[in-house]
Design a protein around this ligand. Structure first.
Ligand code: UDX
Ligand code: UDX
Length: 441
């Protein structure tokens, strides 16, 4: 099948490469020339495990190309995926500027088409957006009728950054929301050999499935984080509790990793936007409000633990090390990373912060602006002479730091393990003042 993918972010480019690897002919569209040029040279403009190897293979074989020319790409394709970003606007709303623009451009191209095509929205949006906002734009711009002259659908992505290629190739399910059977059938035909159950529904339900999935996962994390804080008080270990409850197949062990909370480009904006929509439709969600409230407080639990551990209970005037800045390991992405409120609070409280991250230093430089924050080249430099350390992101290289390293580098070896990366017994028996989220003293 001939496929156009508009927007070559981590969702669009991964989708394009994976479709091409399944023998479809893919043309990717972006507004940034540099990205288009890189893709056409077989170089990935973003880091995603396995993606560049796929481009190396697909581009010379002409299974995947990139262009700035959206109209041409639409005219030569049967299916048009739109996967431009929908960042958050005013905290609780999605910004549809790019999505509306891309939809307008697709509509204008459809005006000149003489065959039946299906437009598939992949960008995350509030339930109702495809039908109430995008369908009228397509009809107006093309002068054609949706459901008769062209098809339309919403098919969400469930891709985790860093492992997006794996997730795309091995989906738990594929959800297709189409305006009619013909649209659904066309969309289904590109997913047929993905060896996954396919669920067909209408576009609004598909949009709701996407945003509810992310909200549920975020709720699961907020729930275990709240239980972690209780476990600390009753002298238990949340890891054991999570293991015990996760063995119940109805609960499952996934997304029960207690820590300092969730961040990233999706969970925060999706949960906030759905929470806002529940208010707008007159059924405000207490569950979503609590999910967000717990997550707002959770990063600061690391500072409370640190203050409790310090002899004079204050970080003021002290050198504090922060290990990990990215919102999760294996990415340089700092969008809504919990390291941001943690570092800002440490600075507000008068600490001198020495931070390190293996990948996110460049992004961090653009976020923070304080003479009391030092971004260090390596973790040992960050730990050097520190009176306390908070582990914020569970990068594998930090897990290799031994008790001896902490003791040798730090002035006082207080370690607050915000992601339960280290072996608590090993740390405690070898002289580290170790405190972990969800671990009783
Ligand atoms: C995706 C989804 O689209 C978003 O809704 C979801 O919530 C997260 O995943 P992402 O791939 O992260 O977004 O977006 P981004 O990295 O911003 O990439 C979007 C791409 O679209 C960029 O390369 C941008 O240059 C391009 N773009 C943007 C266009 O081609 N046309 C436009 O009009 C605007
Ligand atoms: C998420 C969804 O998983 C994906 O399906 C969606 O479409 C895009 O958003 P992503 O944001 O890349 O993916 O990361 P994910 O691995 O889901 O982690 C999100 C956040 O939750 C991270 O900050 C992570 O540290 C945190 N998390 C995750 C926990 O705190 N505990 C866990 O057990 C799992």
């Amino acid at each position: 099948m001939k496929i156009a993918v508009i927007g070559t972010g981590y969702v669009g480019l991964v989708a394009g490469a994976c479709f091409a690897s399944k023998a479809h002919d893919v043309i990717c569209v972006d507004v940034i020339k540099e990205k288009v040029d890189k893709i056409n040279r077989g170089i990935s403009p973003i880091f995603e495990e396995g993606l560049e190897d796929m481009l190396h293979d697909l581009v010379p074989r002409k299974k995947l190309r990139a262009t700035l020319n959206l109209k041409k790409a639409v005219l030569e394709s049967e299916l048009i995926f739109i996967s431009v970003g929908t960042p958050s606007k005013d905290e609780a709303k999605f910004d549809y500027t790019y999505l509306e623009q891309a939809t307008k451009d697709v509509g204008l191209a459809l005006k000149e088409a003489d065959d039946y095509k299906v437009v598939v929205i992949k960008s995350t949006c509030i339930p109702g957006t495809t039908i109430n906002l995008l369908k009228p734009i397509l009809e107006q711009m093309s002068g054609k009728k949706c459901g008769k002259d062209f098809g339309l659908g919403f098919s969400p992505e469930f891709l985790r950054e860093g492992v997006a290629v794996y997730d795309f190739m091995n989906p738990d399910r594929i959800v297709i929301g189409g305006v009619d059977d013909k649209s659904i059938e066309m969309i289904e035909s590109v997913f047929i050999n993905f060896n996954s159950p396919i669920m067909n529904t209408d576009p609004t339900t598909a949009e709701m499935i996407k945003i509810t999935s992310n909200s549920f996962l975020a709720m699961k994390i907020s729930f275990i984080n709240e239980m972690a804080n209780i476990a600390e008080k009753i002298g238990s270990d949340i890891k054991d509790i999570a293991k015990g409850i996760g063995m119940d197949s109805r609960i499952s062990p996934k997304f029960l990793g207690a820590g300092l909370g969730w961040g990233g480009s999706c969970f925060p904006k999706d949960v906030s936007a759905l929470c806002q929509q529940t208010k707008e439709v007159g059924v405000p969600s207490l569950m979503l409000e609590s999910t967000i409230a717990v997550n707002k407080k959770q990063p600061l639990r690391s500072i409370e633990l640190l203050e409790e551990a310090l002899e004079d209970n204050t970080v003021k005037g002290k050198k504090i090390a922060v290990l990990g800045l990215a919102f999760k390991p294996n990415t340089d992405d700092m969008r809504e990373a919990v390291s941001i409120p943690i570092i800002n609070s440490l600075l507000d409280k008068g600490a001198e912060v020495h931070a390190h991250d293996p990948a996110a230093m460049k992004n961090a430089k653009e976020i923070f602006d304080s003479p009391n924050l030092f971004l260090e080249e390596d973790p040992i430099q960050a730990l050097s002479d520190a009176e306390g350390c908070i582990l914020v992101t569970e990068w594998r290289i930090y897990g290799q730091l031994s008790p001896k390293t902490f003791k040798g580098a730090m002035k006082t070896p207080i370690l607050i393990d915000g992601r339960r990366l280290f072996d608590s017994k090993k740390m405690r028996t070898r002289g580290i003042k170790y405190f972990g989220i969800g671990l009783g003293k």
